[in-house]
Design a protein around this ligand. Structure first.
Ligand code: OFO
Length: 167
């Protein structure tokens, strides 16, 4: 059975995953109306779906362990971006914040000797490593591309097969 404090901490993570899903959904909608970014649009929509899956996994876990998963209210995410680069910077910053939150949860689970939760969270630890690395790779590529339109064309084409979140 989950402790009250662990339940609250996991519910905060539910909120964070839901916010991630909304943030990436907004990026997808923004990318969708930019010319020539079909691949990036697909990437953001997929990423948003993956974050929703992360949220659902937590909800099931909390309820299965005798807690109560709270479906949170959400603030409106950032809707527009000055450039593709800034959208991907935002994505990386967001992933870093999520990783830090997962690390805090792992720490709490150990302190409470809640080894089941600790074990459950290892999936998220691995997932964050992959997502951070992918977000960094995208930012590095965009840095290299700069204003080069043919580079951007290739980036949009290749991002679809770059593994993507949750691969
Ligand atoms: Fe939920 O993995 Fe990214 O944020």
């Amino acid at each position: 059975m989950l402790s009250k404090s662990m339940q609250d901490a996991l519910n905060k993570q539910v909120l964070m995953e839901a916010q991630s899903s909304q943030a990436y959904l907004a990026m997808a909608s923004w990318a969708d109306i930019q010319p020539g970014l079909k691949g990036v649009t697909q990437f953001f929509f997929k990423h948003s779906d993956e974050e929703r899956m992360h949220m659902l996994k937590l909800i099931h876990y909390i309820n299965d362990r005798g807690g109560f998963a709270v479906v949170p209210a959400l603030a409106q995410p950032v809707l527009t971006f000055v450039s593709l680069k800034s959208a991907f910077e935002e994505l990386l910053n967001h992933e870093l914040a999520v990783s830090s939150s997962i690390n805090d949860l792992v720490d709490s689970a150990l302190k409470e000797k809640d080894y089941a939760t600790h074990n459950f969270l290892q999936w998220y630890v691995m997932e964050q490593m992959e997502e951070e690395s992918l977000a960094r790779e995208c930012n590095d590529k965009l840095e290299l591309i700069g204003d080069d339109k043919s580079g951007l064309y290739l980036f949009d084409r290749d991002i679809v097969s770059m593994g993507g979140p949750g691969k």
